[in-house]
Design a protein around this ligand. Sequence first.
Ligand code: HEC
Ligand code: HEC
Length: 349
Amino acid sequence: MKSKSIFILLFLFLSIIIFNSFIQDNPYFKITKEEVELKIPKGFPKPIYDFNKNKLTPEGFVLGRKLFYDPILSKDSSTSCSSCHQRIAAFAHIDHPLSHGINGMIGKRNVMSLQNLIWRDAFMWDGGVNNLEVQPINPITNPIEMDEILSNVVVKLKHNKEYVEAFYSAFHDNTINSERILKSLAQFTGLMISSDSRLDRYKEGKETFTVTELNGLKLFQTKCANCHAGALLTDNSYRNNGLKADTALRDKGRAIITGKDEDNNKFKVPTLRNIEMTYPYMHDGRFRNLQQVINHYADPKNFDKGYDLSLNKIGVLTEKEKGELIAFLKTLTDKVFLYDRRFADPNIR
Ligand code: HEC
Ligand code: HEC
C-alpha cells in the first residue's frame, strides 16, 4: 500500500514537472537559428532590404514578434500591430474596409497584407515610405492608429523587466532605443515570406491544376500580369486601375507623395498572394469579394477616366472567364505561410 502511494505521488510530481516544462518552453515558439535564416525562394529576385545591415538572430526575431503583438506600442495600450494585421489574413484585416485604430478611430485606408516586404521598394498604398525599418514609425505615431511617440515607447520598455531581458539577449547590452525597436520589428516582418502557394508548386511541377485553373492562369498572364507581375505578383509600380474616384475620402493616392497631377488616383500595384484571405479589396476596401473585383475588371465601361490604357486588353470577360480567373486567384493561397507557427502570437499557447 505504502509503496503504491509513493508511486502515485512520484507520478503526480513528474507530471507537474513535464506539464510545466511544456508551458515554459512551448516548442512552437522556440525559434532556432535555421528558422531565421533568409532563404531566397526559387524564381524570386534579389531582395531590396539588406539583412546584412540588420543581422538576423533568433533573439532579434523573437523580440520583433513580441513587439508586433504588444499593445504597449500604443498610447493607451489598446492597439498592437496585430490588431490591424491579422495572421490568418496574411496580416491584412479581414472584413474591415478601412483600418480601425486607437479609441475606435476609423482610418482612411484598407489595411495592407504583410508578405514579401523585403522585395518592396516602397510601402503603403501611395509608396510614401521607402524603408522597411522606418515604416512602423507611421502607425506608432499616427493619431488615429497608435497615437504614441517613439521616445515614450522606449521609456515604457525600459520599465518592463521582460523587455529589458529580451533586448539584452538580442543586442548583448542594456541599451533600449528606437533604432533597436525598429530593427527587431524589421527582422520579424521581413521574414514574412510567402513562396509556397499552389501556383508556386505548380511551377515547380509538384502540383497539377484543373482545366478551369489552367484557363484562369492563361487569362491572367495575358490580361493582368503586366501589372501583377512575376513571382511577387506586382511590378512595384503605381497605376490607376480604373476605380471610380471616391467622393467621400478623396484619396489621391500617389499624387499625395509626388504632388503631380498625372499621379492622381494611382496606387501601388498590390501583390495578389493570399488574395482569397485578404478581403475586402482595394485601397479603400470597396469590394467585399473577388466576384466584385472581377466584375470591375470585366467591362471597360466600368473604368473611370485616367485609367491605365493597358487595361484595354482585358476586354469584356464572359461569365466562364470570370469564374476561371477567380479559380486561378485562389491558387495563390499559401497555407504554409498562413499557418507558419513562427509568426503566431506568442501570448497564445
Ligand atoms: C490602426 C491599424 C494599423 C496598425 C495598428 C498598424 N498598421 Fe500597418 N498598415 C495599416 C494600413 C491602413 C496600411 C496601409 C497604409 C496606407 O497606405 O496609408 C498599413 C501598412 C503597413 C505596411 C506596408 C505594407 C506594404 O506592402 O506596403 C507595413 C510594413 C505595416 N503596415 C507594418 C505595421 C507594423 C510593424 C505595425 C506596428 C508597429 C503596424 N503596421 C500597425 C494599418 C495598421
Ligand atoms: C494597369 C495595371 C493593372 C492591371 C492590368 C490589373 N490590375 Fe489589379 N490592381 C491594380 C492596382 C493599381 C490595384 C490597387 C488599386 C487600388 O486599390 O486603388 C489593383 C488591385 C487588384 C486587386 C485587389 C488587391 C487588394 O489587395 O485589395 C485584385 C484582386 C486585382 N487587382 C486583380 C486583378 C486581375 C484579376 C486583373 C486582370 C483581370 C488585374 N488585377 C489587372 C493594377 C492592375
